[in-house]
Design a protein around this ligand. Sequence first.
Ligand code: SF4
Length: 233
Amino acid sequence: MSSTATDYEETAVRAGRELEEATAQEILRWAADTFGGRFCVTSSMEDAVVAHLASSVFPGVDVVFLDTGYHFAETIGTRDAVAATMPVNVITLTPRQSVAEQDAEYGPNLHDRDPDLCCSLRKVEPLNRGLGGYDAWATGLRRDESPSRANTPVVSWDARRRKVKIAPIARWTQEDVDAYVAANGVLLNPLLWEGYTSIGCSPLSCTRKPAEGEDARAGRWSGSGKTECGIHL
Ligand code: SF4
């Protein structure tokens, strides 16, 4: 009998409990064994840590990237380097409208006037569409990134999309990430060396370098009260 969405809801809740203390590789091994080709990794191309971890247990794994049309050139370059050098299948999702088409309908610089709508059009809708062929998706969310991510489960039920959501490095600290990157020569977005600690779209209203003492995501939609693009809400 094939599994249904309801089956996977129970699976997700149970796995969230049972894998809380598991290593990232053990969590990803469970995902690969449970979902096979109906599992993917999403990456913002800030780094290739989760893609690297996933490819080590599941070579050829799909790595989904959202190309909003507003990315830094360094982010697109990181995406291309990942595709060229790692045993993964990079899939680029795009919004229904180009930036020019969006400007024509909503006016220019929607990100400055209504970032929630801009993220909905350029991130959330394309991701929801792109995840249609999968039962489970992995992200690089970590509990230490910001207060809004402090309770991230390692495995949970994404009720809005009716999929299993996996955060294999949820329990990692920045030091854990740095050690893994150093030990494995993992690709990083070069903007990390320029002082950015969380890299999203290039408009200043969406991504700036954090000031001394601010948390890693403080430079995202700074001053707007917005902390998440909507993908993880
Ligand atoms: S991060 Fe900024 S530019 Fe990118 S989709 Fe969201 S509001 Fe638009």
